[in-house]
Design a protein around this ligand. Structure first.
Ligand SMILES: Cc1cc2nc3c(=O)[nH]c(=O)nc-3n(C[C@H](O)[C@H](O)[C@H](O)COP(=O)(O)OP(=O)(O)OC[C@H]3O[C@@H](n4cnc5c(N)ncnc54)[C@H](O)[C@@H]3O)c2cc1C
Length: 397
């Protein structure tokens, strides 16, 4: 009798899940791979800050699943709503039931709607987060366009860990770029729940040069941590003061996507502890967690990390299905940020399993030089666009 094909279910068709389904199908064409994703079109967050600044069309952010289907992978357009880890069974909203040998969870983030007083889903329609790309991105763009010259934009950044550590600072930079061109009497206040942030020296140096009177960053120690918001008055309240916004962008605290909580693979932090070699959950056997939802040690929550983890996980799952031991990986992350359309900066890191976590490989990686000339910054801005084309082609085909 022919051996049954091993069944792997991948939940979430973003940078992690889509890349994992493709890598697994290539690593083991005999494997029966199903990707579950509710949206027919994926809208990418990287480069969405450029949409907010009016530098890019949202259409450039959108990707479909035809190429993945064309490779022979089943894509179920549905949402996973229930999971029985013992029975290895997942139920979708539409009622279908899938049994699996191994499950990969890649649901991205959920927003902690209970973390900031006054900030719930209804409030996001007035003071957008734009931390999932799509309608929220366009709403923030429209609000900036409608704001009169001389207005105040307030952006609040959450505590660590959260999706895309340099993201709030790139966003503040590109909004400032737009204000400088279109509404030069305006101001941007960046309220932060932290005292330091990714690529900080590079961002601050660029802000001094490009937006000296425009951006004001208020750190945790200076009272930047937002504790509540009020959509009626568009105000942000911190421990120290209240800030009135004409346009308010709340980037709230986050945790792993809801299905991770349902699957009981998230711990008390809200994120998912994993084995750094196989990305198998430390809380449930046969379930792997990749991308933003995972606790990946020193690796930041980025699309590049998600894509890299996806491939490592795919090879580990293929090995485990053959009853082999997965080999220890090295992973890379590179992240470009735009401070202006022709001003890019970057950070890169290399990671490996160490003492049960993903740790930095000492001496590898680095950031853009602090004293680089303008043509270097312009080149990095072009690399950022090339990076986006490469990662999206690698993930979605
Ligand atoms: C403004 C901004 C700028 C950014 N810029 C960069 C950048 O320049 N470079 C970079 O590397 N990263 C960047 N990022 C970070 C990057 O977007 C994320 O790290 C990346 O999307 C994580 O991939 P993921 O697959 O874990 O999650 P996602 O890409 O969010 O994918 C998760 C998918 O899972 C699906 N899903 C969720 N729950 C279920 C369920 N129950 N059933 C089925 N499907 C489900 C969702 O619909 C979604 O499609 C940025 C993020 C933001 C917000």
């Amino acid at each position: 009798m022919a051996q049954a094909k091993p069944r792997v279910l991948v939940i979430g068709g973003g940078f992690a899940g889509a890349a994992c389904a493709r890598a697994l199908h290539r690593a083991d064409p005999q494997c029966d791979v199903t990707l579950v994703e509710p949206n027919p079109t994926f809208t990418a967050c990287p480069s969405s800050n450029s949409v907010i600044a009016g530098l890019r069309d949202i259409a450039a952010q959108r990707f479909r699943y035809e190429a993945i289907r064309g490779e022979g992978i089943t894509v179920a357009q549905d949402e996973a709503t229930a999971l029985d880890p013992r029975a290895r069974r997942v139920t979708l909203r539409g009622g279908s039931v899938f049994d699996y040998d191994r499950l990969v969870l890649a649901p991205g983030i959920a927003i902690r709607w209970d973390a900031l007083q006054g900030y719930d889903e209804a409030a996001a329609a007035v003071m957008p987060h734009a931390w999932w790309a799509g309608d929220q991105t366009l709403l923030l763009r429209r609000q900036l366009e409608a704001m009169p010259d001389g207005g105040t934009v307030v952006v609040s950044a959450p505590p660590n860990p959260f999706r895309c550590p340099p993201g709030p600072y790139e966003r503040a930079s590109l909004i400032a770029w737009y204000l400088k061109q279109a509404k030069p009497r305006s101001k941007l206040i960046l309220l932060d729940a932290k005292d330091s942030f990714s690529k900080q020296r590079l961002f601050e140096s660029a802000w001094r040069q490009l937006y000296p009177e425009l951006i004001e960053w208020i750190s945790l120690s200076n009272g930047g941590k937002v504790i509540s918001v009020d959509t009626k008055t568009r105000t942000f309240t911190t421990d120290f003061a209240t800030y009135k916004a004409d346009v308010g962008n709340v980037i709230p605290p986050q945790r792993a996507g809801k299905i991770a909580q349902i699957a009981a693979v998230a711990d008390a932090t809200g994120w998912c502890p994993i084995d750094p070699v196989s990305f198998e959950s430390r809380l449930q056997p046969n379930i792997h967690v990749i991308g933003d939802a995972a606790i990946a040690g020193a690796m930041p929550k980025s699309a590049f990390s998600a894509n890299a983890q996806a491939k490592v996980c795919a090879f580990a799952v293929a090995a485990l299905l053959r009853s082999e031991t997965p080999s220890s990986p090295k992973l890379i992350n590179t992240c470009y940020s735009l401070v202006a359309p022709d001003y890019g900066i970057s950070i890169a890191g290399v990671y490996h399993p160490m003492n049960g976590q993903l740790a930095d490989v000492e001496g590898a990686g680095g950031v853009s030089p602090l004293d680089a000339p303008p043509d270097f910054r312009a080149l990095e801005a072009r690399y950022a666009e090339a990076w986006f084309r490469t990662i999206t082609a690698d993930t979605f085909g």
